[in-house]
Design a protein around this ligand. Sequence first.
Ligand code: SF4
Length: 361
Amino acid sequence: MSRVEQSTTAGSERPAVWHEMADRVVAGGRLSRQQALAVLRSDDAQLLDVLSAAYRVRRHFFGNRVHLNLLINAKSGLCGEDCGYCSQGRRSTAPVARYNLVDPHQVIEGAKLAAQRRARTYCIVISGRAPQPRDIEWLTELVPQIKRDYRLRVCASVGLLDRPQADRLKACGVDRVNHNLNTSARFYPRICTTHTYEDRVRTLEAVRAAGLEICSGGIVGMGEEDSDVVDLALELGRFQVEALPVNFLIPIPGTPLEEQGRLDPRYCLRVLAMFRLTNPRSELRIAAGRELHLGPLQPLGLYAANSLFVGDYLTTKGQPPEEDYRMIQALGFEAVVEGAPEPGPIAPPGRRQPGPRPQPE
Ligand code: SF4
């Protein structure tokens, strides 16, 4: 019987095993696949201990800071790919807006809004399999303006990229590229047939080779198994992604995954804890679906995650930003803006913190 199983079946109120995992991670170690699976499969009685362990890691690397991100859907619909979760793909009959590149003025106004909302990163998203030459041109004209006028980091989400395209994004001032692996290599063919998991991995390699930061995460709730979620987390750990958005599937009517049910909010918390423990230095973002699936448990998610979108998602609404600010404030956390110094490690390795309560910095 493994250590995890022993602790679990012993029914101890505060199983040491989760904190031992946190100790190991804070000291620079890694979780095994089996340990990551154990986090996902832990029972509700241990949820606060699991979350507390994740919080110790979050606090060590990020303090109580929250990174905010604002997203603009700069080109919508019009995509020939068949990603089953997406309302903009060719298999979707969802009534989403379909438009080509928006007016540059709208992008600049979006940057202004991002700065007003205390976002640190402005995410510019263009639908489609891969960017057209015109899309890249458009970005290379707009990004320098945004960087000149606002204290924002810019993340571009433009589909599959090769190295020359990634180099051009880097040269114009893009800080980070978003390209989600979404799920495991095993499960990927079940959600998309028009491109492969390997295509996505190659994009991340091109992005990294160009010297850009990587934002890559996934979607939970598409019918995958726990082991797929763990494999995704370990693969993202291999890339040491700077940002890791965890989406919980919003089953949009008209998409192939419209029948997927609602996730257990406590499972969502375990998912976030597992991503934190396997990717301790990544900006872990609770992305789309947090309102739907976490519901009243949303604040607890921030004990593992340290990043949120403020405002709407790509084709679905988010909660009003004021509610996000209230949640952050109620937790005793603070939003961090671009240019502010990172806190650096603040808890000595091996020391246990009490339960998941906000600590004064
Ligand atoms: S996720 Fe991207 S590539 Fe896939 S269908 Fe949607 S817009 Fe197209």
